[in-house]
Design a binder for this molecule. Structure first.
Ligand code: 9WO
Length: 231
């Protein structure tokens, strides 16, 4: 998969995108990631990318010209243009799976007060990673890259990928433990030491259901609806 990122802050991507799974995915040529500075598509001495909002109001708005020129240069018929924005649909694992099926993603990172509305005419997906105020769209773009890259064939080992498959969008993970069995008097549940795989599986399912109903009843509701619909 090829991923191009259009941002005003390329340097923000240096650390996270060069470590761990994302680094290995690039070394294994499963991911071709290019971080691009939006200012490279400006033509004035000051490399202007923003301007005051029509109608007045605080802050500045990202101009359409540089973004249109960049997309027209970088996108092809196999490209999915993804806008990261507080106004986008919530980014979920199902969307990560959908995006992982495409050959080329072009991620647009917002800044200032956001994009000129006309940019949305070129966008295939508009995504938000959550309802909180951020500095710009760089971190959300990294979240999307991380979630999608893990789903690419050959990126995760077999065990990890099966763990990925076990993740159900509507169920929280069960509690995890590792050595020592007794840490400062806090003991690992006996069932996990029993060697009874059936009992372990049943305990994990029960724990996941309990944890989900206590912490995320919204997910449980959606899970029941999906099960009723036979999904
Ligand atoms: C404004 C806002 C309003 C109501 C609820 C949440 C909110 N978040 C923001 C916000 O983060 N403002 C922006 C910061 C202004 C445009 C540049 N910034 C930004 C955030 N670009 N993209 C994002 C973003 C946030 C969450 N998910 C994806 C992208």
């Amino acid at each position: 998969m090829k991923v191009d990122v259009l941002t005003l802050f390329p340097a923000m991507f240096a650390g996270p995108m060069d470590e761990s799974i994302l680094r290995r995915a690039q070394e294994k040529r499963r991911l071709e990631l290019t971080i691009r500075d939006l200012r490279d598509w400006t033509h004035d001495r000051h490399r202007t990318v923003d301007d005051e909002p029509y109608g007045g109001g605080p802050g500045m708005v990202l101009k359409p010209e540089p973004i249109f020129e960049a997309i027209e240069e970088l996108a092809s018929e196999t490209t999915q243009v993804v806008m990261l924005s507080p106004q986008g649909q919530p980014f979920r694992q199902s969307k990560a799976r959908e995006l992982a099926e495409h050959e080329h993603l072009l991620l647009l990172c917002g800044a200032y007060e956001g994009f000129d509305e006309r940019v949305r005419s070129l966008v295939n997906h508009e995504l938000s990673i959550g309802d909180y105020v951020l500095t710009n769209g760089a971190l959300p773009a990294m979240v999307v890259i991380d979630a999608v890259t893990r789903l690419l064939p050959g990126v995760l080992g077999d065990d990890a990928s099966s763990a990925e498959e076990s993740f159900s969008e509507n169920l929280l993970e069960y509690p995890q433990y590792t050595r020592p069995a007794d840490f400062r008097g806090m003991k690992v549940p006996e069932v996990l030491l029993s060697g009874d795989h059936g009992a372990v599986e049943a305990w994990r399912q029960e724990q996941a259901d309990d944890r989900t109903s206590q912490r995320r009843p919204d997910l449980l509701k959606e899970r029941k609806e999906n099960l009723n619909e036979g999904q």
